[in-house]
Design a protein around this ligand. Structure first.
Ligand SMILES: [Zn+2]
Ligand SMILES: [Zn+2]
Length: 402
């Protein structure tokens, strides 16, 4: 009987045997990000590696499975923890005789002749290479291994996809359409998602026996072949999708951007994620908006912030100045005595809300007073005279506090 290869799950994840659950989780996440099929489209090696690390994680991240793995050096759903414990303690003798069809353990070294005779009397013999009534023991020990069935190949839902979409400043504000190239798993056109093309051949793993041998401590376990689920036959994989049922396709998606879409907003396109397998529903596609910036306007939610320069005279005497808004030029009244850095609010001159129809944010104007660089004597004279008329110390309130 062929033996399955034991895999070193710790080495696959690059962690020590003493690794904590957190270490394993971290190692898996790091590797999964690197080898995920979405990151490595059409890369068979990466795909194999991803399957390997997923398998290692599946066992090592589960406390019960990890214990069995640590005890036996492999893991199978069919093995009962108590039996793994017994095998690890070396409770049964050395593996001596060849594996027995239908017998889960190799009982080499034990004398079962009395039992064999009794069982044999029941007439439930099975063909046996050792010639004794081994078949009877199948019933006695059948409870040891849970009869794990064939892996179910029912409908499986497709996974969701997530993409970041850069959208320029104006499109996010005014709305529009955007295009994006995505890679998604589609139902294979050859096998229509069935993954096989009908017909079957002998399982290459167990050569048709449906069972493989695994060593656990000093004990031999005959376990159901993981590849064919014990049937001894595997269906012919579809040549287009290599038995996956889905193929990776590059696709252009076009979608609508609502006016007022914010940076980081998520757009869900139902059913545009990866295709399901065996008739399972497709996943969804999530688009995360990455809104662009503007050299003059800064957006904060639905508000627009803008810094506008003003002259000393405009700020001191008050003035109506022209300022830019997202709708074009607009008049802003600067009140007399406006200070540098003061903020003036222009109601409903901001971004139309994407959530509340008819609502708009505000525009907040920060006034920045420009001090004139006086060159001519006449201007200097006026400023000196101005200073004489206004002898107040602008630092007086500050001095009062220190
Ligand atoms: Zn097989
Ligand atoms: Zn196919």
């Amino acid at each position: 009987m062929p033996a399955t290869q034991s895999k070193d799950y710790y080495a696959i994840l690059g962690v020590k045997k003493t690794a904590s659950a957190e270490d394993i989780r971290k190692a898996f996440r790091k590797l999964a990000r690197k080898y995920h099929p979405d990151v490595n489209p059409d890369d068979k090696k990466a795909e194999e590696r991803f399957k390997e690390i997923s398998e290692a994680n599946d066992v090592l991240s589960d406390e019960k499975k990890r214990k069995i793995y640590d005890q036996l050096g492999f893991y199978s759903d069919q093995i009962d923890p108590a039996q793994a414990e017994a095998a690890a303690r070396g409770g049964f003798g050395q593996a001596g005789r060849g594996g027995q069809q239908g017998v889960p353990f190799d009982f080499g070294g034990f004398d079962f002749s009395d039992f064999a005779n009794q069982a044999g009397a029941g007439g439930r013999h099975q063909a046996s290479s050792s010639g004794s009534g081994w078949g009877g023991f199948r019933d006695i020990f059948s409870g040891i291994f849970s009869q794990g069935g064939h892996e179910q190949h029912g409908p499986q839902a497709g996974t969701d996809l997530e993409y970041q979409v850069p959208v320029d400043f104006w499109t996010a504000i005014r709305g529009g359409t955007a295009r994006l190239q995505i890679q998604r798993q589609e139902v294979c056109p050859t096998c229509k998602g069935k993954a096989s093309t009908g017909g079957s051949h002998t399982c290459p793993e167990c050569h048709g026996s449906g069972q493989v041998t695994q060593m656990g401590g000093r004990m031999k376990f005959n376990i159901q072949c993981p590849q064919c689920g014990g049937t001894g036959k595997v269906e012919n994989a579809c040549p287009t999708c290599h038995g996956e049922g889905t193929v990776t396709r590059t696709e252009q998606v076009e979608f609508r951007i609502k006016p007022g879409t914010r940076d980081g907003q998520r757009i869900r396109l139902a059913g545009k994620g990866n295709a399901g397998v065996n008739g399972g529903p497709a996943g969804d596609l999530y688009l995360i908006i990455k809104a662009g910036t503007h050299p003059v306007f800064t957006r904060q939610g639905d508000d627009i912030h803008v810094t506008v320069p003003a002259t000393v005279a405009e700020a001191a005497l008050g003035a109506k100045i022209e300022v830019p808004t997202i709708d074009g030029r607009a008049q802003l009244k600067v009140p007399p005595g406006t200070q540098s850095g003061q903020k003036l609010r222009m109601r409903e001159r901001g971004v139309p809300s994407s959530a509340h129809e008819g609502k708009r944010g505000d525009q907040i104007v920060t006034i920045e007073i420009m001090v004139p660089r006086v060159q001519d004597e006449r201007s200097k004279e006026i400023l000196r005279e101005f200073a004489k008329l206004n002898p107040d110390d602008p630092r007086a309130t500050m001095w009062a506090k220190v």
